[in-house]
Design a protein around this ligand. Structure first.
Ligand code: G3I
Length: 498
């Protein structure tokens, strides 16, 4: 299972290609939405090269208004909140059930959203038969579970929380059934087993209370440093981000993320929410807004922070009230599925407009004293480009192709298409040619096809319009062998950006 090459950040940043260019003759492809500037959390995040996702759970998927928002463009990534956990997927030893997880995957695929797999090994939501196993049988059961599930979701999840919450808050290892049977070596074994089953997935260890500096974050740092030095396949650290207004904001969050990144690891904010003691007050809302802003800005400040996932998007389905009675209101949509002012705070932190729109009708479900909110398909940007269906007379483009990470047979690349022209691009087709036999194996935020060496990417429903001065980001996992040269030429709608 050991790799001949440690995963590394390629010299891709040095090789990042900026192609500034000639006019683009833009073919009009009927956009599925009115042309507009970035107007959703996902779009603002994508403009910064990140995803913005939400957890969800199967019972909620019968709630049509909820699903409409979940899939309406605000999010480009989903995490199943429960349906890929051990108690759901292997409730009886050797009997696997993926119906619930598959439902979330299908929903994500239908709406061009990526999936984080959550999770493979965790002390919680573990069926009783695992805890009852004789010590000598735990390793085989763990490896079988990981192999079966990671194989089932191969190519469907871009990342796995392979091990969830291995630490106590004081930084000691949680003495769960896995630790008791195998010692700390269960973590490396789990990662190696997951890598064998799905070599293309990014493998994470995920935990809470490691957002800022402290004993638990130090313990995680020590663990992942050791794993990296042993050549164990680990790609990232998941920072859950379950915060509470009454406990203060974690210290040195950005520096903490950066030190993980400096080990050659990605970091992701995997389960963000900020709860408060109820009733909700303006003062607590302000504190909550500051916390969300701090988290988003910390992520944006660390280039290897790949994205942010909130732990569901609406208070209607938050895990908080049942776990912490008397606390709640942790998310940017309220229990009536109306956006709170917090939504605009997050938009601003992502680099969007800093004031709520004046033209958007207020939600009938928010108290009249709250600022206006908008539907997921309505821009919150007061400075957005006026909708237009006409093709730009001319334009310019700027393509950045960045090899974000590369390992012995695979790589991940992020591509940003910027419209440096004066009019919006409505519908786009991006093409390039690989020089060394690379193949796209998995992709997001674009519809990819490959014919021989030529790759064609067309926009998906939510990113077809690139406003003047705007950009959109997409990405893919690929395979390579020998050389993985960065493509030297790109076209947008048939015209070379060169
Ligand atoms: O499925 C049963 C149902 O049959 C039963 O009637 C009902 C009665 O309470 O319980 C249902 O199970 C619940 C399960 O969610 C599915 O809804 C459990 O009681 C409940 O405890 C469980 O909570 C989940 C929690 O993990 C368990 O620790 C939350 O939904 C889920 O959001 C939460 O997620 C975790 C992450 O996985 C890891 N990080 C922390 C995060 C928040 O706790």
């Amino acid at each position: 299972m050991s790799r001949t090459l440690a995963r590394r950040r390629a010299a891709g940043f040095a090789a990042a290609l900026a192609v500034l260019g000639a006019g683009i003759a833009v073919a009009v492809v009927a956009p599925q939405r009115p042309a507009q500037a970035a107007s959703t959390l996902a779009q603002y995040a994508e403009a910064k090269g990140r995803y913005f996702g939400s957890a969800t759970d199967n019972p909620e998927l019968t709630d049509a208004p909820y699903v409409a928002i979940l899939t309406g463009g605000e999010f480009d990534q989903l995490t199943p909140g429960n349906s890929m956990k051990w108690d759901t997927t292997e409730p009886t030893q050797g009997q696997f059930s993926y119906t619930k997880g598959d439902a979330v995957v299908t929903l994500a695929q239908q709406h061009n959203m990526s999936i984080r797999g959550h999770n493979l090994v965790w002390h919680n939501q573990l069926p009783g038969w695992v805890s009852s196993l004789p010590t000598g049988q735990v390793q085989a059961a763990m490896e079988n579970h990981i192999t079966n599930e990671a194989t089932h979701y191969k190519g469907k999840v871009f990342a796995w929380d392979v091990v969830n919450e291995p630490f106590n808050d004081d930084g000691t290892y949680r003495t769960d059934v896995f630790y008791n049977a195998m010692g700390v070596g269960y973590i490396a074994d789990a990662l190696r087993t997951a890598h064998a089953a799905d070599p293309g997935a990014k493998l994470y260890i995920n935990d809470y209370n490691i957002e800022g500096s402290g004993a638990k974050a130090d313990a995680m740092y020590s663990l992942v440093s050791s794993l990296k030095s042993q050549g164990v396949p680990i790609d990232g650290v998941g920072i859950q981000g379950h915060l509470a207004t009454q406990y203060g904001f974690p210290g040195n969050m950005q520096q903490n993320l950066q030190r993980f990144a400096d080990l050659g690891l990605d970091v992701a904010i995997t389960e963000l929410d900020v709860r408060m003691p109820l009733p909700e007050t303006a003062a607590q809302d302000a504190t909550q807004a500051t916390y969300y802003t701090n988290v988003v800005k910390a992520c944006l400040a660390v280039s290897r922070c790949v994205g942010i996932t909130i732990w569901d998007y609406t208070d209607k389905y938050s895990w908080v009230p049942s776990t912490f009675p008397g606390q709640g209101a942790p998310l940017p949509w309220d229990a009536n599925l109306a956006k709170k002012p917090l939504y605009d705070t997050i938009v601003a932190a992502l680099g969007g407009p800093t004031t709520p729109p004046s033209s958007t009708p207020p939600s009938s479900t928010r108290p009249s004293s709250t600022p206006p909110s908008s539907t997921p398909t309505t821009s919150t940007s007061p400075t957005r480009t006026p909708p237009t269906s006409a093709p730009p007379a001319s334009g310019r483009c700027h393509v950045t192709y960045q090899v974000a990470s590369q390992w012995n047979t695979g790589f991940t690349a992020n591509v940003t298409v910027a419209n440096t022209g004066s009019t919006a691009i409505n519908g786009w087709t991006l093409r390039w040619t690989f020089a060394n036999g690379q193949k796209v194996t998995q992709s997001w935020n674009g519809t990819f096809s490959q014919s021989g060496a030529q790759v064609t990417v067309t926009n998906v429903s939510y990113n077809g319009t690139i406003p003047a001065g705007g950009s959109t980001s997409l990405g893919f996992n690929g395979s390579w062998s020998g050389t993985n040269a960065v493509p030297t030429s790109f076209t947008v709608n048939g015209t070379t950006c060169a």
